[in-house]
Ligand binder design. Structure first.
Ligand code: G3P
Length: 260
């Protein structure tokens, strides 16, 4: 499968998370305003098996509550404030469901949905995410990613036509994912490596196999320019406004021949 999305893609990490509380509707709205092409969001299941958008396994860092997401019901999670930890200006933000995200923003942006059921890789998350994508007819606007091969393989079984991306841990921890084993195990269309692991060799190999390369998570101007010179196909950033600004003012550092 060849992806026909723009290259390079600006992928807003957890929404425009440099400017608004991560993984909230406000951060998605801002990412779209800042001309991100795609919004990266983290998904996991509640105790009553709703798909919610939150990165950590617990609510402790990003909300005023405490406890594991998988131990809390949707009603309990919805009572939490997911904005004030970031700024008092976001006191009304709550944890969105993926259903709400697709209802409000489906068709308005592309999505990179990360399956973050890392402590419960055999749960129903892949199936439920697949069902939601199909319910909103977003098969052509979604890229589903994970560091874990099991949720990603299970998602692929439910939805073989929806593109997937393999996330690779930094340095030696991601060595196997970035190499032949990752390619053998997961029929991915995009590789999401740590930005420090992107080399010309990695780029050449990925493009040889027809894979896009979207490194994470890059917010430094010089690092962004270096990666674009290496021919990356997209960049996962907390600061889509910065990347948008660099792309519009420094066209010369993008290799326009390097398109999938
Ligand atoms: O998906 C890119 C990036 O989010 C991966 O790292 O820890 O933020 O899920 P993490």
């Amino acid at each position: 499968m060849v992806l026909t999305w723009p290259s390079p893609l600006i992928i807003a990490h957890r929404g425009a998370s440099a400017y608004a509380p991560e993984n909230t509707l406000a951060a998605i709205e801002l990412a779209i305003d800042m001309k991100a092409h795609m919004v990266e969001l983290d998904t996991k299941l509640t105790a009553d098996e709703h798909v919610v958008v939150i990165h950590d396994q617990t609510v402790d860092r990003t909300t005023d509550g405490s406890g594991k997401v998988m131990d809390l019901s949707l009603a309990e999670l919805k009572m939490l404030n997911a904005g004030s930890q970031f700024s008092v200006d976001y006191g009304h933000a709550n944890i969105p469901t993926l259903d709400e995200v697709f209802e409000f923003y489906g068709g308005k942006t592309l999505f990179n949905i990360e399956l973050t059921n890392y402590t419960s890789p055999f749960d129903q998350l892949p199936e439920k995410v697949s069902q939601l994508i199909k319910r909103y007819d977003l098969q052509n606007s979604v890229l589903v990613s994970s560091f874990h091969p099991i949720p990603l393989s299970r998602f692929h079984k439910f939805s073989p036509d929806i593109p997937i991306a393999l996330l690779a841990r930094a340095a030696y921890l991601g060595f196997l994912s970035r190499g032949w084993l990752g390619r053998a195990l997961i029929p991915y269309q995009a590789l999401h490596p740590n930005n420090r692991d992107v080399t010309k060799k990695l780029m050449d190999t990925a493009h040889h196999y027809g894979h896009r390369v979207h490194p994470y998570t890059v917010n430094d101007q010089e690092e962004i320019k270096t990666l674009f010179r290496l021919g990356i196909d997209g960049i996962i950033t907390d600061d889509p406004a910065l990347v948008s600004h660099l792309l519009s003012n420094n066209e010369s550092f993008v290799d326009h021949n390097n398109k999938q």
